[in-house]
Design a protein around this ligand. Structure first.
Ligand SMILES: Nc1nc2c(ncn2[C@@H]2O[C@H](COP(=O)(O)OP(=O)(O)OP(=O)(O)O)[C@@H](O)[C@H]2O)c(=O)[nH]1
Length: 601
């Protein structure tokens, strides 16, 4: 299609403001999917997303729309995820678009993520179309929402003269939105005659097609059979199939400048793919990379180990495939004395880690034991050597260490004004340093704090959400390393150190946490016929010790005289527990033991 008749856009919104409902309505109105085929919330097609009620993976859909000028346009909608752990995916969808619908709930008004996403979109110079949704609701107040948007003065580039009032649920304003996209979102500027330049903004693994890359072509065009080169990975492949998402995948002859679609390739090693990489013509090697893409780095690392040894190869295959689908998820083989062979994996945060773990279990049927997460420390040794360590097991002995630095991050936290006091307190509690505060309008403020990643990666977002009743957004910026007084805590069980339990923490918290951990462990480690000591040890000194008492009598065995139902229940608990534990030196280590360490943080 002539690129003048193409529009690439996304929808940005605070959670629950109606993004998926609007996307569905656009798909329906343009007859992209017939009503019969129209599954509710088509774009959120993963079970896990449905259950958790959040959008994780973005999906693209191409629609055709005959506008009031009687011309047929090609509209490419790129869905954006709505949770903070996944902000990086927002930035990568934005890089593939020229415009964004800024969706605001008429009953809720401008919220933290409205502002955070708007900022990201303006940084990428996207044209913004403000849409006020849910005007069908009795308490809708579009006037106030427009005022709130007007007050966001620092956001030049937000033109409020064309605000659209809509109800995604009742189909009000949908035609106006489509016409406005045609009128205001610029057509892509690329040139199909120029050398190929395409951005990989997503990828997934398809059983029939193998590795599928989701791409936006900026210049040149791409056809099946062409040789292509990934700029960053410096590898050459063949484009086997070229197609578009309707939303089902369908072959097309070519993707020209300005278009969005997919290519399948003969790529065998999935770790060769880097989302964010630029595809070029191998014969024109000096083509530049597509700008505007923000690379992501994991924030936390944890070991994932299969519960069953025979799942080792399956786990390798599964993490490879998941990493392909998710550029922020990285992995490397890890060996633990206690847990055997597994993978050290990097995640954006705890939610991200939990989702990966659930996907491994549900989609690949592999039961996983995950160690507690750690950040990446920089360790300077007395001999001058510097080591980067994201696995506490590998921290050199304390006598050799000169100092340890831990990663801090500049966090931009957008919150309602009435919560400023509590959030300041929370940040200080988490060892944060205040940097700045800006009032965004008469309702919201932005706080900038330097915070240690080790403190915020765990429950910070949950605390933030509960203190603000869900009305907060956080974006992470520059990282830096700061010297901290840190020590490694080891846990000894039955006189053997369990390497996978070790973790790094501030020295001044080690005494209290050491005590709490052994108390917790006492309750989660399955008892044996003999008592077992559990000890927390820092720099060769025992901080605390508890004894796990021996088993008295077997409630599931013959001697037990309790009720049958109780006996069954206990037997079931034991069975469930067994699924999630690994043996170490005759002692069972259940997943709960790792949670115990997280709990006392
Ligand atoms: N009354 C009314 N309800 C709406 C409208 N649009 C969406 N909703 C409802 O608002 C809720 C959230 O809508 P979603 O489309 O799931 O919101 P979302 O922004 O995609 O949510 P996330 O994927 O979690 O970011 C759902 O219960 C919708 O039915 C609307 O125009 N009017």
């Amino acid at each position: 299609m002539n690129s003048n008749n193409i529009r690439n856009f996304c929808i940005i919104a605070h959670i629950d403001h109606g993004k998926s409902t609007l996307a569905d309505r656009l798909i329906e109105t343009t007859n992209t999917v017939s009503e019969r085929e129209m599954k509710e919330q088509l774009l959120d097609n993963m079970d896990l997303e449905r259950e958790r009620g959040i959008t994780i993976k973005l999906q693209t859909v191409r629609m055709y729309y005959k506008a009031s000028d009687n011309i047929e346009y090609e509209l490419n909608l790129i869905d954006t995820p709505g949770h903070t752990d996944f902000n990086y995916e927002v930035s990568r969808s934005l890089a593939a678009c020229e415009g964004a619908l800024l969706l605001v709930d008429a009953t809720q008004g401008v919220q933290a993520q409205t502002i955070a996403n708007l900022k990201l979109a303006l940084e990428q110079n996207l044209t913004i179309i403000p849409v006020i949704n849910k005007i069908d609701m009795p308490n809708a107040d579009a006037e106030s929402v427009i005022k709130e948007l007007e007050e966001l003065e620092e956001f030049d580039g937000l033109d409020l003269s064309n605000v659209i009032l809509a109800s995604a649920k009742n189909g009000i304003g949908i035609d106006d939105i489509l016409e406005s996209i045609i009128q205001h979102v610029p057509a892509p500027k690329g040139n199909s005659e120029k050398p190929l330049q395409a951005l990989i903004f997503d990828s997934h693994y398809d059983v029939y097609r193998g590795v599928v890359l989701h791409i936006r072509v900026f210049n040149g065009s791409i056809r099946a059979g062409m040789k292509i080169k990934m700029l960053k990975s410096d590898l050459v492949f063949e484009a086997l199939q070229v197609g578009v998402f309707l939303p089902e995948m369908q072959s097309v002859e070519a993707l020209d400048a300005g278009e969005v679609g997919f290519i399948s390739t003969n790529i065998k090693v999935v770790s060769n793919i880097k989302v964010g990489d630029t595809i070029i013509n191998p014969n024109i090697p000096d083509t530049e990379a597509v700008p505007g893409y923000k690379e992501v780095k994991p924030m936390v690392y944890a070991g994932l180990f299969p519960i069953r040894n025979e799942d080792q190869d399956k786990l390798k295959d599964a993490v490879e495939k998941l990493a392909l689908n998710d550029s922020a998820f990285i992995y490397k083989q890890e060996n633990s004395m206690a847990l055997g062979v597994g993978f050290r994996c990097g995640f954006l945060g705890i939610l991200h880690m939990e989702i990966i773990q659930e996907r491994l279990e549900r989609e690949y049927g592999i039961e996983i034991l995950s160690t507690f997460p750690s950040v990446e420390y920089r360790v300077t040794l007395k001999n001058g050597e510097i080591a980067t360590i994201n696995n506490p097991m590998l921290l050199p002995s304390f006598e050799k260490i000169d100092y340890i630095e831990e990663p801090f991050i500049d966090a931009a936290i957008i919150i309602p004004m009435e919560n400023i006091g509590e959030i300041m307190e929370l940040c200080q509690e988490k060892r944060g340093c205040y940097v700045d505060m800006v009032y965004l309008n008469n309702k919201m403020a932005e706080l900038i704090f330097k915070l240690p990643i080790s403190e915020i990666a765990y429950d910070f977002y949950d605390s933030l959400k509960s203190l603000t009743h869900g009305y907060a957004s956080i974006d992470y910026r520059d990282r830096s390393y700061v010297v901290s007084d840190l020590v490694k805590m080891d846990i000894w069980l039955n006189d053997e150190m369990v390497d996978a339990f070790s973790f790094i923490l501030p020295r001044d918290k080690s005494f209290e946490r050491g005590k709490q951990i052994v108390q917790k462990m006492k309750h989660v480690i399955p008892r044996k016929l003999y008592p077992m000591p559990v000890q927390s040890v820092v720099e060769n000194k025992v901080i605390a010790r508890e004894d796990i008492p021996p088993l008295r009598k077997s409630v599931t065995g013959k001697g037990y005289s309790g009720s049958t139902s109780k006996k069954k229940k206990i037997a079931k608990n034991i069975k469930d527990n067994k699924v999630r534990q690994r043996k170490f030196g005759g002692v069972d280590i259940p997943q709960e033991a790792f949670h115990a360490v997280l709990d006392v943080r």
